[in-house]
Design a protein around this ligand. Structure first.
Ligand code: 13P
Length: 248
């Protein structure tokens, strides 16, 4: 059986002192969970988060990285750099990065490969816009994004990818996909993976749901057949609320 993986995405929020305080409280609240717990924090908080999360079951991730190992890319951070300080996970291709920072399926794929080369676990985001949903294109969009993100990976690597299905219209809007809808979209992604990589891979790959997840709707979402946890934005900014989601 697949385990549940619950990841918080703080986006561009939280200062180092807030990070330390948060993790001190949060790690106590989630210490007995069987779920995998990840906090994806801004670059400037990574070091503090890693220090604070030592000797706890809270894992630390970044929210982005560059696909090159090093070089003249002012302002960028590589997978090798993240790995060197002890980061274990990295979000790749979040819709906000696709929308505001020109991430494409091609750069997403390069980043996923670079993450694996440096033993980081990628959390790859896919999701449709409202217009695409209304045009009946959801399944086509999310299966294509998935296929292109994973192109060229080995079966073993795909087994270790975490995919986050985040319908863009549900992010930060308070609108959640119904658990049935979200589960069906995730089934479509799993089926695409089955068609390319086989059932052993598709039955093992973790696929999360993201988009206005909170403690009041998490249980219903996580109880479905195919949703293996969540990628949580706004509701992960308060340690008590996020702990409720983890412990749901
Ligand atoms: P919200 O939970 O704030 O809707 O954000 C979801 C998200 O984008 C997580 O990556």
């Amino acid at each position: 059986m697949r385990k549940k993986v619950i990841a918080g995405n703080w986006k561009m929020n939280m200062l180092p002192n807030e990070t330390i305080e948060y993790i001190e409280n949060f790690s106590k609240l989630v210490k007995d969970t069987k779920n995998e717990v990840i906090l994806c924090v801004p670059y400037t908080d990574l070091f503090y988060a890693l220090m604070s999360a030592q000797d706890t079951n809270v894992k630390i991730g970044a929210q982005n990285m560059h696909f090159e190992e090093k070089g003249a890319y002012t302002g960028e951070v590589s997978a090798q750099m993240l790995k060197a300080i002890g980061v274990e996970y990295v979000i790749i291709g979040h819709s906000e990065r696709r929308q505001y920072f020109n991430e494409t399926d091609e750069t997403v794929n390069k980043k996923v490969k670079a993450a694996f080369e440096n033993e980081l676990k990628p959390i790859v985001c896919v999701g449709e816009t409202l217009e695409q949903r209304e045009a009946g294109e959801t399944e086509k969009i999310i299966t294509t994004q998935t296929k292109l993100a994973l192109e060229g990976l080995t079966n073993e690597q795909v087994k270790n990818v975490i995919i986050a299905y985040e319908p863009i219209w549900a992010i930060g809007t308070g609108k959640t996909a119904t658990s049935e809808d979200a589960n069906n979209s995730i089934k479509a992604i799993r089926n695409e993976i089955k068609n390319i990589y086989g059932e052993d891979v598709s039955e093992n790959v973790i696929i999360q749901y993201g988009g206005s997840v909170k403690s009041s709707n998490a249980k219903e979402l996580f109880e479905t057949s195919d949703i293996d946890g969540g990628l949580v934005g706004g509701a992960s900014l308060k340690s008590d609320e996020f702990a409720k989601i983890v412990n749901v």
